[in-house]
Design a protein around this ligand. Structure first.
Ligand SMILES: Cc1cc2nc3c(=O)[nH]c(=O)nc-3n(C[C@H](O)[C@H](O)[C@H](O)COP(=O)(O)OP(=O)(O)OC[C@H]3O[C@@H](n4cnc5c(N)ncnc54)[C@H](O)[C@@H]3O)c2cc1C
Length: 644
């Protein structure tokens, strides 16, 4: 059913603000503007999947056909390099999906690319992501201030925003730099899962020793707060707890919760307290402009199609129905928060972008902004996979008495029942992936910040994404497998792009990451190769009986590991934190799409507030930064509210 909480279905609806996309970029801003008393229309292409319990439990959250869009991306323009990836998705003659390496692909398979899911549901990707909630480095915020000369962008100012919105469940109330009464729930491990998994602690000890730490401290270090407010936080190496956006019983907090809370608030007379209108199943197709007045075109509204599964990335199969065409008008501003692929697509469809690209698709020019859809970045990621000594077997966690055996969310799952009934059972506690290790490679930035974040998982290696309904031909791992997932921070390569495939707004754009390419690519690549070598040393030094462990991927029998690691990383690296396709930049920079107040250059009344606005990928995990960005944008939008 087309969504909507009342109103919003007339062809001439008028609101103060229109926000497109309900992820961490759009949802806080839409709620805040409505809470400030302005009428807001929040348009979301997906729908509300709150009834799906797996979207409410952090350990079960995953992209599924009801809440995701499937983008298939190129990692490289170079076909030969692209085809070396072991996890390519292909479409077979009968329409089914197949995942694997090019050398084993069935004869009737056509290459789609590397699967790159995005959340397409109320709450956006914060509903389907892994839930990790790590702050970026201070320099990521100060960089925006230095780039634009706008002093409102500073690490201290953004920390105050974080403090205001956080609702911390893992630290003592009053801990400096943290908040305890905001909406953004955060949770971290209390050490218990590691105390019950001593074999995993043995591996973590080897990591701690490798940076000069005392292995005896490992159990306490794995509970250290990685979001601490110390001035040395960004340059400190070693083991920390990995926090998540969730509540005290490991229930997922997402942007969806914020929107639903704003919609649910009532006045004493039972009327909605805040003038927020949500319309789901609403695929925005372009921004409308008033060009009648002299000066820059003024955004006055949007055109959208109403209906389910209208976008061709919808895994349920794009609807053949045309959708119902509607428009909505904004008295003040239109804000695009459709995410890193869809926001640039919408700008291009609205005539804002490189003139040659627009001409190619017969789209009339609204504003020439060559930077739209360029300079895309990502946290390149790769697991370094180890295997415990042959006599050791799997990493075993001592179960707690009375724990049911889980079925990974497939009904009937007694662990879901326990979580729902009384917030108990394995899903109400930290998992073994609640650890983070900060490493400074030999290729770190001049300031000496840690440039790789490693999270480690026992009995599993996280090798990227592919549709879970595909036939997957990846060999199964041996018992005792261990994944050290290397997430590159401080990315230098920024050569990714999002370009129109066609002028049809239901089509996906053409996405090419050009991973680890361009002027900064070599530095990023060498840093990951440093990290791979470091991990191989750690595995070799793991104490018996767990170790010594062997490095299975990237394997290296001889001595020239650096060369083979480099090849492996280039072929197998992946990402899922793309940013920067409509970046904030300096006034003099012709590639800058936005000014420091999120305003789209060359037009008025239009802003971009989502992950595409970051001039560089923040830290190792962008979601908390995107919530903070949205809060920062609220201040800027409200400051201009009287102008319109
Ligand atoms: C599988 C996965 C795992 C991840 N894990 C982590 C993690 O653990 N930690 C972390 O920090 N980050 C993680 N991320 C990244 C993080 O979730 C995103 O960076 C963040 O959600 C981006 O927020 P956003 O508002 O920019 O876009 P999104 O969250 O993608 O939201 C965009 C919204 O816009 C809607 N939309 C798009 N186009 C239109 C249109 N034309 N009309 C109407 N609506 C539209 C979409 O349906 C979507 O709801 C992960 C992402 C994925 C996909």
């Amino acid at each position: 059913l087309p969504g909507g909480n009342g109103g919003g279905s007339n062809t001439n609806d008028v609101y103060d603000y229109i926000v497109v996309g309900s992820g961490p970029g759009g949802a806080p801003l839409a709620s805040n503007l409505a809470r400030a008393g302005y009428s807001v229309l929040l348009l979301e292409a997906g729908d509300d999947q709150s009834a799906d319990v797996t979207t409410k439990i952090i350990s079960l959250g995953t992209p599924s056909p009801t809440n995701r869009w499937d983008f298939y991306v190129r990692q490289y323009s170079d076909d030969a390099l692209q085809r070396k990836n072991n996890h390519l998705t292909w479409r077979r003659g009968d329409g089914s999906l197949w995942v694997g390496n090019a050398s084993a692909a069935p004869a009737d398979a056509t290459l789609l690319g590397v699967h790159y899911p995005r959340g397409a549901t109320l709450g956006g990707s914060s509903v389907i992501n892994a839930g990790v909630a790590v702050l970026p480095s201070r320099s990521d915020w100060d960089y925006i201030g230095a780039l634009t000369g706008d002093r409102s962008w500073s690490a201290d100012a953004l920390r105050r925003i974080f403090q205001r919105i956080e609702n911390n469940h893992y630290l003592a109330p009053g801990t400096p730099g943290h908040g305890f009464s905001g909406y953004l729930n955060t949770i971290g491990n209390d050490g218990d899962v590691y105390a019950r998994t001593p074999s995993m602690i043995t591996v973590l000890k080897s990591m701690v020793s490798a940076v000069g730490g005392n292995p005896a401290d490992t159990l306490s270090m794995v509970q250290r707060d990685i979001n601490n407010n110390s001035p040395t936080r960004d340059t400190t190496q070693g083991l920390f707890s990995l926090p998540f956006h969730g509540n005290s019983t490991w229930g997922r907090f997402s942007a969806r919760d914020l929107t639903l809370a704003t919609l649910a608030a009532k006045k004493p007379n039972g009327q909605p307290r805040f003038p927020l209108t949500l319309q789901t199943h609403s695929l925005v197709t372009r921004v409308l402009f008033d060009r009648s007045r002299p000066g820059k075109p003024r955004a006055t509204g949007v055109e959208y199609l109403q209906g389910q599964s209208l976008y061709r990335a919808d895994p349920r199969g794009a609807s053949t129905a045309p959708g119902t065409r509607r428009t909505a008008r904004a008295r003040k501003e239109v804000i695009l928060s459709a995410g890193v692929f869809n926001t640039p697509q919408l700008l291009l469809l609205s005539g804002i972008g490189a003139p040659a690209q627009l001409q190619q698709h017969n789209i009339p020019l609204t504003a020439a902004l060559p930077g739209v859809g360029t300079h895309m970045q990502d946290n390149t990621e790769i697991p370094i996979v180890g295997v415990a000594a042959p006599t050791h077997g799997p990493f075993l966690t001592d179960p707690l008495p009375g724990d049911p055996t889980c079925n990974f969310g497939f009904p009937p799952d007694p662990c879901v029942a326990a979580w729902q009934a009384n917030s108990s059972g394995p899903y109400s506690r930290a998992g073994v992936n609640s650890n983070a290790f900060l490493l400074r490679t030999n290729h770190t930035a001049p300031g000496g910040e840690a440039d790789v974040l490693i999270f480690s998982i026992a009995n599993f290696a996280f090798r990227g994404y592919w549709p879970n309904e595909a036939v997957v031909t990846i060999p199964t791992d041996p018992l005792g497998v261990f994944g050290m997932s290397m997430v590159k921070m401080d990315m230098r390569s920024a050569d990714g792009s999002v370009k129109l495939r066609s002028a049809d707004p239901r089509d996906t754009p053409i996405i090419n990451f050009e991973v680890l390419s361009g002027p900064g690519g070599a530095q990023d690549l060498e840093a990951l190769v440093d990290a791979a070598g470091w991990a191989r040393g750690v595995y070799g030094n793991v104490q018996a009986p767990v170790g010594p462990m062997t490095t299975k991927e990237p394997a290296c029998a001889g001595t020239a590991c650096r060369d083979s690691d480099r090849e492996w990383v280039r072929a197998q690296a992946f990402g899922h934190h793309a940013t920067s396709t409509c970046a904030i930049g300096a006034d003099r920079d012709p590639w800058a799409v936005l000014d420091s107040k999120f305003r789209v250059r060359g037009v008025t009344g239009l802003r971009v507030v989502d992950g595409s606005a970051f001039p560089r990928t923040p830290g190792a995990f962008p979601v908390v930064s995107t919530f903070m960005l949205s809060e920062k944008a609220t201040e800027d939008v409200l400051a201009d509210a009287g102008k319109w």
